[in-house]
Design a protein around this ligand. Structure first.
Ligand code: MF3
Ligand code: CO
Ligand code: CO
Length: 342
């Protein structure tokens, strides 16, 4: 534990004020604006910020618009063409090793997904509804002749997931207008020529507070640190181990309920990629493609679901961020398939 925390623990808490907090690590004075969990430790950060009013809106359900049509010329996944007989597959089965042709298919789908996210994110602004972002993403898919994978996947009603502030994951785009200071995760998956590509990023709406800024940055760092570990012969467990360690360094919690997944002609398949510390036995091999998509919370990791059956929020209304890439294991390391080629 950071020695500053020990010193604070010996001080009478009633005398604490922001001006009296010094950081042993950098010799700086911590103000309300510069105090971070990294400096003072998670418990103290929570104690010191608990009395402040929330600087963001807690999101509640709003109106979901009718399903948007897809032209019949666009190739649809099996769960759309054969919803009653489609086999969604098995997250615990064998991990597929892809051929060169399949890898080429994955590259194209993943690049297209990245383009759709890039285009959609440019429309983020106060007053814009998440349904309008869904429309932008939907049109961006159609323009590129790909199918928006979430649409009608296990009855999900929209083309992307939009998760704002205390919404953890799988938020359904609706009539809620974005507000200045919100954070929003946009998760895009597309189906192109028989393959899915999947990525997610979290954005601020205008200026966000420093807590949100740290949350966004550290979550992205967690994903990217995990990616830097990936290569042939590496344990999948390394992914969760580095993510949890990095998150904890900043006093952030990994939400343990949602994992990365194998991906290909199927949306979700083996392996399950855990984002918390574990000692799973599976090993990465060239030709495997899977996602890494950690979700971090600035508060507790416990979640609740909404009656829509999809949306998860934090139980304590704290904010979360998520960043996702689809990666390919190569002979020498890994290729980040959803990183936009310039
Ligand atoms: N894109 C999400 C993932 O990363 C899955 C969304 S499923 C949906 O795995 F149905 F909600 F779209
Ligand atoms: Co995914
Ligand atoms: Co995703």
């Amino acid at each position: 534990m950071h020695s500053l925390v020990t010193r604070l623990a010996r001080t009478s808490t009633s005398k604490l004020s922001w001006n009296h907090i010094f950081c042993d690590r950098c010799s700086g004075v911590l103000s309300p604006h510069t105090a971070s969990r990294r400096h003072i430790g998670a418990d103290w950060f929570r104690y010191l910020t608990s009395k402040k009013e929330k600087s963001y809106a807690v999101v509640a359900p709003a109106t979901v618009s009718p399903i948007k049509p897809v032209p019949s010329t666009i190739r649809v996944p099996g769960y759309v063409s054969h919803p009653h007989t489609y086999n969604y597959g098995d997250l615990d089965g064998q991990i597929e090793i892809k051929s060169e042709d399949q890898i080429e298919g994955m590259r194209a789908a993943c690049q297209t997904a990245a383009q759709v996210l890039e285009e959609t994110s440019q429309h983020i602004a106060p007053g814009c509804t998440t349904d309008q972002l869904d429309q932008v993403a939907h049109n961006a898919c159609i323009k590129r002749e790909c199918y928006p994978s979430p649409l009608a996947y296990k009855s999900f009603p929209k083309s992307i997931c939009t998760s704002v502030n205390n919404v953890v994951v799988h938020g359904i785009p609706d009539s809620r207008e974005l507000q200045l200071g919100d954070i929003i995760s946009i998760d895009v998956t597309v189906y192109l020529n028989g393959f899915h590509g999947d990525l997610c990023a979290t954005y601020g709406v205008g200026k966000i507070d420093s807590g949100a800024d740290i949350l966004l940055q550290v979550t992205q760092e967690c994903r990217d640190l995990a990616i830097s570990q990936c290569g042939p012969g590496v344990h999948f467990a390394n992914i969760g181990n580095v993510i949890q360690e990095h998150a904890e360094e900043y006093g952030l919690e990994v939400v343990p309920y949602f994992c990365g997944h194998g991906i290909g002609s199927y949306f979700h398949g083996a392996p399950q990629v855990l984002h918390y510390g574990n000692d799973g036995p599976e090993i990465m091999l060239p030709g495997m493609t899977f996602t890494i998509e950690p979700i971090l919370s600035e508060g507790d990791w416990e979640v609740k679901s909404w009656p829509d059956g999809w949306t998860y929020t934090t139980s304590d209304h704290s904010r979360t961020a998520q960043w996702e890439h689809t990666v390919l294991i190569t002979e020498h390391g890994c290729e980040v398939l959803t990183e936009l080629n310039s």
